[in-house]
Design a protein around this ligand. Sequence first.
Ligand code: FAD
Length: 429
Amino acid sequence: MEHLTILGAGFSGLSSAYHFSGKSTLYEKRDSFGGTASSMQWKDFVFDYGPHVSFTKDTYVKDLLAKAVDGEFFIKKALTGNYYQGHWVRHPAICNLCDLPPEVNRDALVSFIEAREANELPLKTYRDWCEQGQGKYFADHFTHLYTRKFWTVEPEKMTYQWAGERVARPGLKRVIDGSLGLQSDSGHYFTEFRYPKKGGYGAYSGFWKEAEERINLNLNHTITEIDLKKRILSFAQQPSVNFGDTLISSLPLPEFVRLVSDAPDAVKAAANQLQCTSIALVNIALQEPALLPYHWLYIYDEDIIVPRVTFYSNLSEFNAPPNCTAIQAEVPYGNSRPLPSENVVERVISDLEKCGILKKSAILHAWQVNVKYGYVIFDFQREAAVKVIHDWMKKHEVKPVGRFGLWQYLWSDQAIKSGKQLISSMIKV
Ligand SMILES: Cc1cc2nc3c(=O)[nH]c(=O)nc-3n(C[C@H](O)[C@H](O)[C@H](O)COP(=O)(O)OP(=O)(O)OC[C@H]3O[C@@H](n4cnc5c(N)ncnc54)[C@H](O)[C@@H]3O)c2cc1C
């Protein structure tokens, strides 16, 4: 295998090229590389395409990313807040119940203990998993509300295996300590993160440049058709090319299937079953210092359309001019939860002002960017549908990679590792 063709120049496509010792050609529709983990700018305000920090424990990836920014990154202790009906609660809220009104604290604690005492029923859904591990009261008042806003679906529509470490299910002593105010730390599942000093998270995406001479990166190349039999890629503006024996694709599976016009009906049907969230990002540049110290925060209230807000200028002071603030709010949407018909930017600003997160009078600029592929929804059709598509790709010598090629919940370090693992598996064969 002397040459590889790779679709998409996000972290997984770039990692596949970087870890391949031969030459590779990448095709990317955007005018820059880095994909979902890249950054954008307005004047001197920097925002990512959705909040990104690196909390990988993998030394190999840590070193690779550190090299990409010449060691110019911060290591920060994560400061995360929760907003609940006018109260600020340390994260995760289940471990810090004493920050809530006494009745909420009591009811959440009682329900947590009751859930532990109840006979454990077999878990089926994410709803069961939350209620069994956090208690029904906390699940009803926090986690389920957040699930509806962030995941855009009801908790019983999702499996629970993906949640693992990502959603807090602490032990009894930890919850009691947090209820009585005896906790010595917040109980967050990760304590520190890394973030580039300059250029936003996207600055990490240059990790492949050390191997630049082997990599032919073609930006502004939107693939419009893939002929798997004749091995031809067609583009919106450039002449078609032949891609040879092996193709690596980090394109979202539904996009890949759509581009192959003669994909079998069963494969098209499987692609139609895949669900993910889309996200309207509202970037806000403010001419005042941040009102809150958090790196990011979660909002549970149903009347506030935003589930998560990130303070980019708290992640790095170079993400905004001195005494200014860069904030981003996420408004997830999807088939089960469409975007509100009103003006999203105006609604977000008014919601955030209500929570005391910003003052409208300090806004210099605010705008909306929609991200079509946000988070893969782990519903009950996902596994079987992915298998149908992957089996078909395998028959045609196409190797899927990355978050949307594998249709998994991968962080950026895992996207890098998926490219590395794919290349080593191809070399072993
Ligand atoms: C809101 C959000 C927050 C996140 N937070 C974190 C975090 O805090 N920490 C962390 O480590 N990870 C985080 N992640 C995950 C991280 O972004 C991903 O794991 C990683 O970026 C995935 O890389 P990828 O290469 O697999 O996919 P992508 O980056 O999506 O790459 C796919 C590429 O294919 C290109 N493409 C698509 N269609 C075509 C076409 N027709 N023609 C040509 N090119 C095409 C796309 O433009 C894109 O560049 C977050 C993700 C999201 C959405």
